[in-house]
Design a protein around this ligand. Structure first.
Ligand code: SF4
Length: 427
């Protein structure tokens, strides 16, 4: 029989720790964690998965119990609920399919833990569409990358290593020029090319990005007198000259890619900033080639929203009511629903994210390393997708689903198994 280390060391697998889903990683050792082709984020992810403090037994009101008893109590809570909230939703495609079935049966509202950012992209897409690209296109064609409000590597650490400074693109193209807008200079080291070429860095406060993007539009469309006769020298703390340079570089690029992370835009109506970005892209595409690349936040956000859309017609922040599906990007947020729901089912299998504070009966199904501030009514530790069991996840460019492999033997059940058992117990 194979031991966990036998399995680990014989496999290259897809790392589920961020949306890049790098498929060239393998565990070299588990004590300490060492990963072939891994980054600091992947090591931290596996350290948590292999933590000695992991709980492997289900509990009811903090007292250990067997899995079936915990499932029965969870089913009872959902049966008594008139308006449950299923939140967190940190899972992959198979898990989300099971969750959708349970939501339909219980009339639940669904909201992913990273919806606040995702909704900003959704609102933009609903309003005016967008022209986005894929990781393969970035790797093979990009000649310029403009990162707005994100250093990219904080959330997707191997982005530059795999897609920008790679020496094996399909076409003979120069390494991309890098521009950071609204990123602190100290966070831009990943944008220095292997031969030492420095990126262009235009620092700005995140909250100033809306007016900076508006200024870029005005300058691009030449309808603003600023361009012909500048009456001010800067907007949002950024020199007009720097904005004009960015526009010139975008115009001159053979294939420019604009990258943003919606979750970083933490101010009111941030979807308008994203819309400004997508409109800039559309304008340039009239005469040249440019595309967008939104970064996802993680914890299965794209997979969950895809599965939700396939099965209900809407991404999360949707609700099943008498067999019909409703969608409300504001009212169905966890923050709003926690004011009125009468039960919370919190799911987080990739990371040990704990549920938000509240007084409603709470069922938690997820990462075995969760440490609670308030003991939930039911806690069922389950396997981590891509480590304890197989699965599938949508990559950050949303064009392929990557298979997740099983890396170690585990006695923990899968989320989909537990959810299906709860569903079957609802009579
Ligand atoms: S970049 Fe992302 S997917 Fe790749 S190894 Fe690091 S955390 Fe994992």
């Amino acid at each position: 029989m194979k031991t966990s280390d036998d399995i680990s060391q014989s496999l290259d697998f897809s790392c589920p720790a961020c949306g890049l889903l790098c498929d060239d990683v393998a565990l070299v050792s588990t004590s300490p964690i060492s990963i072939k082709n891994g980054c600091a984020k992947s090591v931290s992810f596996f350290e948590q998965a292999y933590s000695a403090t992991s709980v492997r037994t289900a509990s009811v009101a903090g007292k250990p119990t067997d899995l079936n008893s915990a499932i029965q109590v969870a089913a009872k809570i959902l049966l008594s609920s008139k308006q449950p909230l299923f939140a967190g939703l940190g899972t992959e495609l198979t898990g989300m399919r099971a969750v959708m079935s349970l939501a339909q049966k219980t009339g639940a509202t669904l909201d992913h833990m990273h919806s606040e950012g995702a909704v900003r992209n959704t609102l933009t897409l609903q309003n005016s569409g967008w022209q986005n690209t894929t990781l393969t296109e970035v790797k093979n064609r990009a000649t310029l990358i403009l990162a707005i409000g994100t250093d990219i590597v904080s959330s997707h650490p191997r982005f530059f290593e795999k897609l920008v400074w790679n020496a094996n693109s399909m076409f003979d193209k120069p390494s991309p020029e890098i521009i950071y807008l609204g990123v602190p200079a100290e966070n831009t080291k990943a944008g220095i090319s292997p031969d030492g070429k420095q990126p262009m860095v235009v620092e700005a406060e995140m909250e100033k990005l809306p007016e900076i993007m508006n200024a870029l539009h005005a300058l691009l469309n030449s309808k603003n007198p600023l361009q012909k006769k500048p009456v001010i020298e800067q907007i949002g703390g950024v020199p007009i000259a720097s904005l004009l340079t960015i526009l010139e570089k975008l115009k001159a690029a053979q294939y420019a890619v604009v990258v943003w992370a919606a979750g970083n835009f933490k101010y009111a109506h941030a979807e308008l900033t994203i819309q400004s970005i997508t409109q800039l892209i559309a304008k340039y595409n009239e005469a040249s080639r440019i595309a967008g690349l939104p970064l996802n936040a993680g914890d299965g956000d794209l997979s969950v929203n895809n599965a939700s859309t396939w099965l209900s017609g809407f991404p999360t922040r949707n609700r099943f009511t008498n067999g019909k599906v409703e969608y409300d990007a504001y009212y169905f947020s966890s923050e709003q629903q926690l004011k009125s729901c009468d039960a919370l089912l919190w799911l987080s299998t990739f990371n040990a994210h704990i549920p938000p504070a509240g007084n409603v009966p709470t069922i938690v199904i997820g990462h075995p390393n969760m440490q609670f501030e308030r003991v939930p009514d039911v806690f069922i530790p389950v396997g981590i997708p891509g480590i304890d069991h197989i699965g599938a996840m949508a990559r950050m460019d949303n064009v392929v689903s990557m298979p997740l492999k099983k890396v170690r033997e585990s006695t923990l059940p899968t989320l989909s198994h537990v959810i299906t058992q709860i569903n079957d117990s609802l009579t």
